[in-house]
Write a protein that binds this ligand. Structure first.
Ligand SMILES: CC(=O)N[C@H]1[C@@H](OP(=O)(O)OP(=O)(O)OC[C@H]2O[C@@H](n3ccc(=O)[nH]c3=O)[C@H](O)[C@@H]2O)O[C@H](CO)[C@@H](O)[C@@H]1O[C@H](C)C(=O)N[C@@H](C)C(=O)N[C@H](CCC(=O)O)C(=O)O
Ligand SMILES: Nc1ncnc2c1ncn2[C@@H]1O[C@H](COP(=O)(O)OP(=O)(O)OP(=O)(O)O)[C@@H](O)[C@H]1O
Ligand SMILES: N[C@H](CCC[C@H](N)C(=O)O)C(=O)O
Ligand SMILES: [Mg+2]
Length: 486
């Protein structure tokens, strides 16, 4: 694939161009290690290094086109150096141009919020596919082009990967694309230059404050997604979330709300809840679903509203919703022969943990104990650690604190920080077992017939990262192993 530099730069606010001749580009890269004679290198300031420092290196490697915020002091006479105000914004537009604006050819819907993005985006993808349309998906768990699965490295990939994959979706005949839009992606302008048909909001609670600094900044990051929607797009927000309306304050899009509690364009209600599923009323119609929990009722209502706004008939959507299956690693239940129930869930924020535990507590009988196994990620928001332990201890009969991707940190130190959220009186309920495998095994042993074991934080993940090394690890495999020994 080749594109002319002048075409790639369409709509990019170029401040200055050194050597304004045209050339052909075969690839856009933002990592100097991937630059060569046919690439356009975009120098970006990162959280660790400033990509500008690699410009001499890429020029040395024969690269002729560089887009940057500061023109280097020296460069070869035939090099084309383009100065822009913000390289990450420019990259969004250039990547879209390079792949011929694939998002214009798809009905692209983005989901943002602290929790529920993967669930909502994945369910929309399955819903639309089940109704006979071809769709694409970008999610934390995996990306899909129609039925073809691709591994996901990020919740929201970089602008080049996004546009490249979307062009493959168009090529494969996809009409729809659903994607998670993370707050990191918004701040880093990974979705700049994309045309969205709709934007969805789930909720906002404590997470990622290590990256955003304050909750206000975190809200601003999420809100910027809706600020960027066009007036042809729809924006659907959660009326039950404190910040749901804030998200739509400055959007040009057509605005809509959903609510389980009060007024909204799309209304729902939980009629009955069990471990096996929920009976819901959505828009006046009773539907049996295979999902559990108030938060999943919210997710399903959001899926319903989005599908209606995309033009699907409400009756068809209601039928399709009743046939949806839970998402990988989200409230995945397993039963042992003696009647123990294990639930593997991706709850990795205080709010998610609180919701999952509340959900379990609503359906469990007083005689059933709840044993919760949970950890908190290393090199990620340390402020959520005591909060998570507090939520776990508050709603469980017993808690085992353990490791969840300690990354470069000391696993014991993370657990100690979690323990700070547990009052002295409640410490009797808590065990700490650094080895996650042992923690899960112990929980399964401690639990008696009829009891429930919640294993939170890793969900679909199939690795554990300790001291920078990733090894295979799957919560579900360990549960099966222990249950099979019964
Ligand atoms: C904190 C963060 O988001 N980091 C992302 C960021 O990297 P960075 O800012 O650390 O980059 P850097 O290392 O400082 O480098 C700056 C620039 O110099 C370039 N470089 C660097 C070294 C070199 O030798 N040559 C070179 O050209 C880099 O390619 C980059 O363009 O830009 C990279 C390229 O897009 C991302 O891969 C990287 O994601 C890292 C791996 C990451 O873990 N991100 C997580 C936190 C993340 O984005 N998570 C969200 C989900 C969060 C949620 O659950 O809501 C996601 O969307 O996945
Ligand atoms: N609407 C919701 N509100 C609150 N908690 C939720 C909601 N939906 C799911 N959860 C909880 O949050 C966990 C993560 O859900 P999901 O993977 O859908 O969120 P996400 O927003 O994609 O997360 P990430 O930021 O890691 O991509 C689930 O396992 C569940 O415990
Ligand atoms: N998208 C989330 C995932 C956290 C999952 C947890 N298992 C961990 O590794 O911390 C993040 O990057 O914060
Ligand atoms: Mg996700």
């Amino acid at each position: 694939m080749k594109q002319k530099l002048s075409d790639i730069l369409k709509g990019v606010g170029v401040i200055e161009q050194v050597n304004a001749t045209d050339c052909e580009v075969e690839q856009i890269v933002f990592d100097s290690r991937k630059a060569n004679g046919n690439t356009l290198f975009v120098a970006m300031k990162g959280t660790v290094v400033d990509g500008h420092q690699f410009i001499p290196q890429v020029l040395e490697a024969g690269c002729k086109c560089v887009v940057c915020e500061v023109i280097p002091a020296e460069y070869p006479a035939d090099a084309m150096i383009v100065k822009v105000d913000d390289s990450s914004v420019a990259l969004g537009h250039m990547a879209a141009n390079f792949y011929d604006n694939p998002s214009d050819k798809l009905k692209l819907v983005g989901v943002t919020g602290t929790n529920g993005k993967t669930t909502t985006a994945t369910l929309l993808y399955h819903l639309v596919m089940s109704m006979g349309y071809k769709a694409g998906l970008f999610s934390t768990v995996a990306n899909f082009i129609g039925k073809a699965r691709l591994d996901a490295t990020h919740t929201t990939p970089d602008a080049v990967t996004l546009n490249k994959t979307m062009s493959e979706m168009v090529e494969a005949g996809c009409e729809y694309c659903f994607m998670e839009v993370s707050s990191h992606a918004l701040v880093q302008n990974r979705v700049t230059g994309l045309k969205f048909a709709g934007g969805l909001f789930t909720n906002i609670t404590h997470d990622h404050l290590d990256y955003h600094g304050t909750f206000k900044e975190y809200i601003a990051a999420k809100k910027s997604f809706f600020d960027g929607l066009s007036k042809q797009a729809f924006a659907l927000t959660n009326a039950d979330d404190k910040n749901g309306q804030v998200m739509l304050q400055n959007t040009a899009a057509q605005t809509y709300t959903y609510s389980l509690k009060g007024m909204g364009n799309y209304k729902g209600r939980i009629i009955e809840s069990m471990f096996e599923g929920m009976q819901l009323e959505i828009d006046g119609q009773e539907i049996w679903t295979q999902f559990v929990g108030h938060f999943n009722a919210q997710n399903l209502l959001l899926v319903y509203g989005a599908a209606c706004l995309l033009g699907f008939e409400k009756e068809d959507v209601q039928v399709a919703i009743s046939q949806l299956n839970p998402v990988d690693g989200r409230f995945e239940t397993m039963r042992s022969k003696s009647g123990k129930t294990a639930i593997v869930d991706y709850a990795h924020t205080p709010d998610a943990l609180k919701n999952v535990i509340e959900t379990i507590n609503l359906v469990r009988q007083p005689s059933q104990q709840l044993v919760t196994v949970v950890g908190a990620g290393g090199d990620r928001d340390p402020m959520k650690r005591p909060e998570m332990a507090k939520e776990a201890v508050g709603g469980s009969s017993k808690v085992i604190l353990t490791s969840d991707n300690p990354r470069s940190e000391e696993p014991e130190a993370i657990i100690e920080q979690m323990m700070e959220g547990v009052s002295f009186k409640e410490r009797i309920k808590v065990l700490s077992i650094v080895n996650r495998r042992e923690a899960i095994r112990t929980a399964c042993m401690v639990a008696g017939p009829g009891d429930i074991i919640l294993i939170a934080g890793k969900g679909h993940e199939t690795y554990q990262e300790i001291k920078g090394v990733r090894s295979h690890f799957d919560d579900r495999e360990i549960v099966r192993e222990v249950f099979n020994e019964e």
